[in-house]
Structure formats: C-alpha cells, structure tokens
Design a protein around this ligand. Structure first.
Ligand code: IMP
Ligand code: MG
Length: 178
C-alpha cells in the first residue's frame, strides 16, 4: 500500500520492508562483532521499539538477554518535552554491558533521561541502537552507537511507531502527508 489512513490522517509509504531489513541486518552485524565474547543486556523502550527489538534480537549471534522499560513523552504528533516513567528497570544493570534499543530519537529528551537513569546503576557500558533519528529535532548531545538511518523532521508511523496508539502494525514506515 502506498497510502494508508491512520485515525483520519493520511500517510504515504516512506521506508520499504527491504530497506528496513537491510538496516536491521547491518546494525546486527556490527553489534555481533562489537560484542563478540560479551553477554549484553538489551533494553528495549516500549511501546515503539518492540518490533525493532524483536527483529534485532533474532539476528543476535551472541548470548544476550532482553528487558523492557516504558517511558512516555509523546501525545498525538507532538513531543510533550516531559518524560514519565511507566515501567521501570527491574534487571540487574550493575556490571553489565547495556544496549538500549529504541525505535526513533526525535528531540532526544526521552533517551537522554533513560541514559542518565541507567548510568546511576553502574553498568560496565551503555550503548544505544536506534532505528532512526530526526537530526533536525534533536536537542540533546548523546551519541547513537548503532544508528539505522536519519529521517526528516516529519511524523512517521509503522514498524512499531504509532499515531495515538494506532499504526504500529504496519510492516513498513509511512510519513504524514502535509
Ligand atoms: P523524543 O523524546 O522527542 O526523542 O521522543 C521519542 C519518542 O517519541 C520515541 O521513542 C517515539 O516513541 C516517539 N516518537 C518520536 N517521533 C515519532 C514519530 O514520528 N512517530 C511516532 N512516534 C514518534
Ligand atoms: Mg519509542
């Protein structure tokens, strides 16, 4: 489908399944080689990252574990700039190599908050794998170790990303039509 409607808004196909698979494979390859001999704990950020995390972990050839946290900063199509913790960390972080798995970094406010929280638990290392980044919206300064792609500052849905809770099921990524 080239065009989809999600909650009354029109979205146009933007990132194909082939491109998504290629991005995931590339990131997984780098992660597998960088973490060879290690046993990282992946931390997925709910809800958006559940599909990317599921794709990524099935390409992991190293022993690894996964857990999830949940934060909210978005309402509708606008970042609210306020981060609320909904499900916290319940795994032992101390002494572990942590790989945070996120679908998208927009302003970066949510991730900046999570990264700071994680460091309090004295992990061995913290790295970030993120499917996409909106560089024009980014206001923080953390680095993304494994970045899939940069996208323009437009609202997108699909591949786990939602508009008001809908559209996560779309297997490809769609961009809001202006
Ligand atoms: P940030 O704190 O502004 O970086 O927002 C990050 C979170 O907002 C992400 O984890 C996503 O869940 C959500 N988000 C940011 N941009 C989009 C988008 O274009 N579509 C859907 N969700 C988005
Ligand atoms: Mg997210």
């Amino acid at each position: 489908m080239e065009i989809v409607e999600v909650k009354g808004k029109v979205f146009r196909k933007f990132i194909t399944r082939e491109k998504i698979d290629q991005v995931v494979n590339t990131l997984a390859g780098r992660i597998n080689s960088d973490y060879a001999g290690e046993n990282p704990l992946l931390i997925g950020v709910l809800n958006g990252a559940f599909i990317f995390a599921a794709d990524l972990i099935r390409k992991m050839e190293i022993p690894c574990q996964i857990s999830f946290v949940k934060y909210a900063s978005y309402t509708g199509t606008q970042s609210s700039k306020k981060v609320t913790e909904l499900i916290g960390l319940n795994e032992e972080i101390k002494g572990r190599h942590i790989l945070v798995v996120e679908d998208i970094v927009d302003s970066g406010i949510t991730m900046d908050h999570l990264l700071k929280e994680l460091h309090k638990y004295r992990p061995l290392s913290v790295r970030l794998a993120c499917f996409c980044l909106k560089p024009d919206a980014f206001v923080k300064d953390f680095s993304i170790d494994y970045l899939g792609m940069e996208i323009p500052n437009d609202f997108v849905v699909g591949y786990g990303l939602d508009y008001d809770g809908y559209g996560r099921n779309l297997p490809e990524i769609y961009k809001l039509e202006n």
